[in-house]
Design a protein around this ligand. Structure first.
Ligand code: GLU
Ligand code: ZN
Length: 498
């Protein structure tokens, strides 16, 4: 059997963690099994449809580097892959079911159905849904009425008093009493549009989908879908409902917990590799003792047996760790290119004044930025942290207050002496490698009988503007001796006139 699975989003919102997890698991499963991964747009809900969500979908998956084998943008043997372009098919299949007495015309008006719902609500009735009012209209009569143009929907005729059973690859055997399934749901609306259930089942069949891996919230639709497959006389796909994704508080992951749309993660400076790696772990375990996987490595390891039944807890801290790991794996040039847009938009290279929008770097700023990557690569978790940590290389940092300069257990006169001592080292250090600069400053500290840290602190504060900064030697080298000397002299000026 050829393995074919699909991601079937409704373009009614931005792509978020849950959707991407579903898509990724389908992608990995198809890849791991040598099958095909298909994208299908379920755009039957025209009221909530918005073109921008289709663009967002393409954009998101292009960024993540997840590609489908068949889909609206690339075509394939089961085209079209957009449900709104397939309406005639659904109509035909609904009519087929009516002809086989597996579905029937319902002539109930919206008013009647509303009234029914209200009456039951006021009576606090336990029964919900349709009352099967039109189920027993003789088929010939119903056909005549429909023929004569009376408005109608088509409803599935669920046989009562039976049970429907199916197996879920993760959850095991599942059984439902047909009487408890949503009573005779609509398949085709009065305007000829299909409902989600009809379009979903017909398309999974026509597209040869062998496996449906989808979010657990769809589990309650599955008995109905299985009944429909039986009614059509088709074999249903293998089902696997993926574990829920929760926030740390055990509630379904939502905006309350933090970013959920991929756009937002992207803006915040997450890397696609980190998101993929982390999302692949939401409900599945791979090998023990290993954390970092590329998309290919995940695909090589994925199997349905590796899914967990327990809900997955989304841990932003863990994702942050992944992001840091993938940042460290970038070359300096790659990281500089990735971080550059954040640096520009945060005004690292200056602002336009009027509108206060960041400007592009000059060639010199660009090479400084590149040279600075080794200083911060080990210290950032997100791309915007890069410009945040490097401000002092591009503009003069404000001179901090005197106490900031003073090493532990030191005082001002001693701090001034230490800074003067450090000043003498700037020119040779600016011309040295890290190792050579360290030898120089250590020798000086030893010779003067001071602690290395005490010698470095005032120098660091004068040059970077802060007690905690990227590595000092590299900073001195990148800034160059004359800028560093200026900064130290300005600091000495301020410290000595107090
Ligand atoms: N269109 C449905 C969704 O938005 C598809 C559910 C399914 O995978 O069957 O998730
Ligand atoms: Zn009816």
């Amino acid at each position: 059997m050829e393995i074919r699975d699909r991601y079937a989003p409704s373009p009614t919102g931005l792509q978020h963690i849950g959707g991407v997890r579903t898509a990724l698991f389908n992608y990995l499963f198809a890849r791991s099994a040598g099958g095909k991964f298909i994208l299908r747009l379920e755009d039957t809900d025209r009221a909530r449809f918005d073109e921008q969500f289709v663009y967002n979908l393409y954009d998101t998956f292009a960024w993540l580097g997840i590609h489908w084998d068949e889909g609206p943008d690339i075509g394939g043997p089961a085209a079209p892959y957009v449900q709104s372009e397939r309406f005639e098919r659904y109509k035909k299949y609904a009519q087929d079911l009516v002809a086989q007495d597996r579905a029937y015309y319902c002539f109930c008006s919206a008013e009647r159905l509303d009234k029914l719902r209200e009456e039951r609500e006021t009576a606090h009735a336990s029964t919900t849904g349709y009352d099967r009012h039109c189920r027993n209209i003789p088929p010939a009569e119903a056909a005549d009425r429909a023929q004569a143009g009376e408005a109608h929907t088509i409803r599935l005729k669920i046989s009562l008093g039976e049970t429907t059973a199916f197996r879920d690859e993760l959850l095991g055997d599942i059984k439902w009493n047909n009487d408890d399934v949503n009573p005779d749901p609509i398949l085709l609306k009065s305007d000829g549009f299909p409902t989600y259930h009809l379009a979903n089942v017909v398309d999974d069949h026509l597209m040869g989908i062998s496996h449906v891996l989808r979010a657990q919230e769809w589990l309650s639709s599955t008995p109905l879908h299985v009944i429909m497959y039986h009614a059509f006389g088709w074999e249903h796909p293998v089902y696997c409902h993926l574990p829920m994704v929760m926030g740390q508080d055990g509630k379904k992951l939502s905006k309350r917990h933090g970013a959920t749309s991929i756009d937002e993660f992207r803006r915040q400076g997450y890397l696609p590799e980190a998101l993929i790696n982390y999302v692949a772990l939401l409900g599945a375990s791979y090998e023990e003792g290993k954390d970092l996987y590329t998309l290919e490595a995940l695909a090589a390891r994925f199997s349905l047996e590796k899914l967990n039944k327990a809900p997955a807890i989304f841990d932003y801290k863990k994702l942050e760790w992944y992001n840091g790991q993938y940042i460290r794996m970038k070359s300096d040039a790659e990281l500089a290119a990735l971080a550059l847009p954040y640096a520009v938009s945060r005004g690292l290279f200056g602002n336009t004044g009027a509108g206060e929008t960041g400007v592009e770097p000059s060639p010199e700023q660009r090479s400084t930025f590149l040279a600075a990557m080794p200083l911060i690569k080990e210290r950032v978790s997100f791309l915007p942290d890069v410009p945040e940590k490097l401000g002092y290389l591009f503009s003069e940092p404000p001179i901090p207050a005197a106490p900031e300069f003073i090493p532990k257990k030191g005082d001002l006169p001693r701090t001034i002496a230490l800074l003067q001592m450090g000043r003498d080292l700037i020119a040779p250090m600016a011309a040295s490698t890290d190792e050579a600069a360290e030898v120089l400053i250590k020798a000086k500290a030893e010779q003067a009988g001071v602690k290395l840290g005490d010698l470095m602190m005032p120098l660091r504060v004068a040059i970077t503007g802060a007690r905690v900064s990227p590595p000092l030697f590299g900073s001195i080298r990148i800034l160059g001796a004359s800028r560093c000397l200026d900064r130290v002299d300005r600091a000495l000026g301020v410290l000595t006139t107090r």
